[in-house]
Design a protein around this ligand. Structure first.
Ligand SMILES: [Zn+2]
Ligand SMILES: [Zn+2]
Length: 342
């Protein structure tokens, strides 16, 4: 990897999103196979010492020292320099992110929906979708242990309360945000199964969303000692059940296996793609702690399955992180505009 100085011109350093843009510039440099040696930030338009400190902290998060001085002039808040080479942070047209989380998630406490939306749109994401976990809205934080999946009575009890956990509050918040953020920001939910294949969404929560994503984070009733064959059969059973629900996208389609410490069953790529095609559900490219095998998506394309992009952002700085997705699209020879769009 080459090493270069990364410089932020005044227009970018003075942006209200400056710290987040610095993070993006460092990621972009690494995607260009350049290891930034140090960060130099134009001090011409920096409003105050507080922003200076935040930029120093941002560079430090990435293991870099940061100094202030004169840098080449950039006239938009999208352009930074690697050495003397100007690079834009703007993403190519046609990219939509259908999968990001919010401050209501338990699995990510560092995201602010409006900042994340602003950042994504600034970078050129055409539609930014937020799809909070339905289970996180219904149940307290130990929901991440997925015990509710095998306890339908507990689910029914929550659904019978007026607030349905935090779901009613979330719905009211989304209602308030829609006119502020406009039509380029969409709201959905990421929904799991429970109780023998039921959709974990109360009847009164089915409506009001722009789209729903289905996800299998845990396979109900699967014991830790189950064989690979048993795990595959139980997972396929759940995929089949999930695809009968009104979902537009299957999130991180095969992630269950690596997260459960199991090999990914590549022999199921074709059967899964056929099930998705039949159900008219898109397969999601998701790089969030998730291995992506282009071979699976190649089979999806052969079977006529739409491809959806999801950052699965759990922290604000991950909003608009679509560079790995662009690399996967390149491997598939698929243009961004051929992926799922509004
Ligand atoms: Zn998920
Ligand atoms: Zn997610």
């Amino acid at each position: 990897m080459k090493s270069e100085v990364l410089s932020l011109p005044g227009a970018m350093a003075a942006s209200p999103l400056a710290c987040l843009l610095l993070d993006k510039a460092i990621k972009r440099a690494r995607a260009e196979r350049v290891a930034p040696r140090e960060v130099v930030i134009s001090d011409q338009r920096l409003p105050d010492a507080r922003l200076r400190n935040r930029l120093i902290a941002e560079a430090a998060l990435n293991g870099l020292a940061c100094r202030f001085g004169s840098v080449p002039a950039g006239d938009t808040p999208d352009v930074f320099f690697l050495g003397d080479r100007p690079l834009s942070l703007r993403l190519p047209p046609g990219l939509n992110d259908w999968h990001a989380h919010t401050q209501f998630a338990y699995c990510g406490r560092g995201i602010d929906l409006t900042d994340a939306a602003r950042l994504a749109l600034h970078l050129g994401v055409e539609t930014q979708g937020f799809s909070e976990h339905a289970f996180a809205l219904y149940f307290p934080s130990d929901a991440l242990k997925f015990r509710w999946q095998g306890d339908p009575d507990a689910v029914e009890r929550v659904w019978a309360t007026p607030g349905r956990g935090r779901m009613a509050a979330y719905r009211a918040w989304v209602r308030d945000l829609r006119p502020l953020l406009g039509p380029r920001v969409r709201f959905g939910l990421e929904v799991d199964l429970f109780g023998g294949g039921r959709f974990c969404l109360a009847p009164e929560d089915l409506e009001g969303w722009d789209y729903l994503i289905g996800a299998i984070h845990a396979v109900e009733g699967l014991s830790p000692g189950a064989t690979q064959a048993q795990a595959e059969a139980a997972w396929m059973r759940d995929v089949e059940r999930l695809l009968q629900q009104p979902i537009a996208i299957l999130a991180h389609p095969l992630r269950f296996f690596p997260w459960d410490g199991r090999p990914t069953p590549t022999h199921l790529y074709r059967p899964l793609a056929r099930m998705l095609a039949q159900a008219r559900v898109a397969a999601e490219i998701n790089h969030h702690k998730n291995p992506v095998d282009p071979a699976f998506f190649r089979i999806c394309l052969e079977e006529g399955v739409r491809i959806s992009l999801g950052t699965d952002a759990h922290v604000t700085r991950s909003a608009g992180d679509l560079l790995p997705h662009l690399e996967t699209l390149r491997q598939l020879a698929l243009s961004p505009s051929a992926t799922l769009h509004p």
